[in-house]
Design a binder for this molecule. Structure first.
Ligand code: NAD
Length: 364
């Protein structure tokens, strides 16, 4: 199969859909890989590294799209890319179509087969192509939290791990899923006091087990949350109710009780945020604002700050599916692989994902 990888054109998007390592796997299986020149630069992958693995470097995006049978991307196509859509093309990328009516219509109209990374789903309910980005964001949440606790950035001037004779910081994590668990790992590694607040008792048991009692777990209810938030030096929002807006677990009143210079990192901001005072999305260039003396960090695309790690983590999980799609051909691959089939959002001029159809108001 001919697989094209254009450069991402979304503002500040430095990831690329395929690493040189992934390219090597596909070319070894006999596939032809077209990489737009410079597409890997933002992640620190040079054109030569792709060429060495057998890829063909192409000068412009239009040619990549025109020659490829399947295009692999990171982010959803922007309007400038809709002109490349055509019947017979397969698009494999993060799409988030529920919020993209125009894009959905363009894909349907041009009869593109679009497979969304985020709707590929395992029988366990897990979303394997979203997990690595949650791992990145969870680990990063503590790193950025530690930075903004420094006095220079307006923080309380507290070192997460303390030092002998001086107590460590209190890190409160709301939600013990992928983000929360990864945040807990890093915070514990840095020597902080860590509390995870979760509503799922099974998950609390699991966390207690795997961390050998090194972190404290609390059942999620307003009483426990209010008490914990008061003491927090770093508060991390990491809850998710799949398909819904994040519940506002921390009220404005609770934020008012926080210590001056404490830091909130609301990772769940991409689902509306789990803290009432997180009333806007921030960016990597202006990541924080202050409210009631508390620093708020609400960047919705945290993995974008570490594109190399994120690109490597993404290819690690997409490559198996890409190999299957390329090896068997798209239609056969979809019939034989239920998780992959659940990834199909548009096919032969129809929306094929119920939630997307409902969200954009198109027939399913
Ligand atoms: P997950 O499903 O693995 O974990 C969410 C956890 O929240 C679950 O364990 C669930 O039981 C718990 N939860 C739900 N309601 C709760 C409540 N009322 N009280 C306490 N816990 C509750 O999800 P995840 O992969 O960890 O993702 C968490 C959030 O982070 C999502 O909104 C996701 O989109 C977001 N995210 C953001 C970025 C970013 O860059 N900002 C990156 C990756 C993920």
């Amino acid at each position: 199969m001919i697989i094209g990888v254009p450069k991402e054109i979304k503002n500040n998007e430095n990831r690329i859909a395929l690493t040189p390592g992934g390219t090597a796997m596909l070319t070894a299986a006999g596939h032809e890989i077209l990489i737009e020149k410079g597409a890997g630069a933002g992640s620190g992958f040079l054109d030569d590294e792709y060429a060495k693995e057998g890829a063909t470097l192409i000068d412009d995006a239009a040619e990549v799209w025109a020659r490829a049978e399947m295009v692999m991307k990171v982010k959803e196509p922007l309007e400038a890319e809709y002109v490349y859509f055509r019947e017979g093309l397969t698009l494999f990328t993060y799409l988030h179509l529920a919020a993209e009516t125009k894009l959905t219509e363009a894909l349907v109209r041009s009869r593109v087969t679009s497979i969304a990374y985020e709707t590929i789903q395992l029988p366990s309910g897990g979303l394997p192509l979203l997990t690595p980005m949650s791992e990145v964001a969870g680990r990063m949440s503590v790193q950025v939290g530690a930075q903004f606790l420094e006095q220079f950035y307006g923080g309380r001037g507290i070192l997460l791990g303390g030092v002998p004779g001086v107590p460590p910081a209190d890190v409160i994590i709301l939600g013990g899923g992928i983000v929360g668990t990864n945040a807990a790992k890093i915070a514990l590694g840095m020597g902080a006091n860590v509390v995870v607040i979760e509503r799922n008792a099974e998950r609390l048991r699991y966390l207690d087990d795997v961390f050998h009692g090194r972190l404290r777990t609390l059942m999620s209810n307003p009483y426990n949350i209010a008490n914990a938030v008061q003491k927090a030096d770093l508060l991390i929002g990491a809850v998710l109710i799949p398909g819904a807006k994040a519940p506002k677990l921390v009220t404005e009143g609770m934020v008012k009780t926080m210590k001056p210079g404490a830091v909130i990192v609301d990772v769940a901001v991409d689902q509306g945020g789990s803290i009432e005072t997180v009333d806007r999305v921030t960016t990597h260039s202006e990541p924080t604002y202050q409210k009631y003396g508390v620093i708020h960090y609400a960047v919705a695309n945290m993995p974008g700050a570490v594109p190399r790690t994120s690109t490597l983590a993404l290819t690690n999980v997409t490559i198996t599916y890409a190999m299957e799609l390329a090896g068997k051909g798209v239609t056969r691959a979809l019939y034989g692989n239920l998780p992959l089939k659940l990834g199909v959002n548009t096919y032969q001029g129809h929306v094929t994902h119920a939630a997307v159809a409902e969200a954009v108001g198109l027939p399913y």
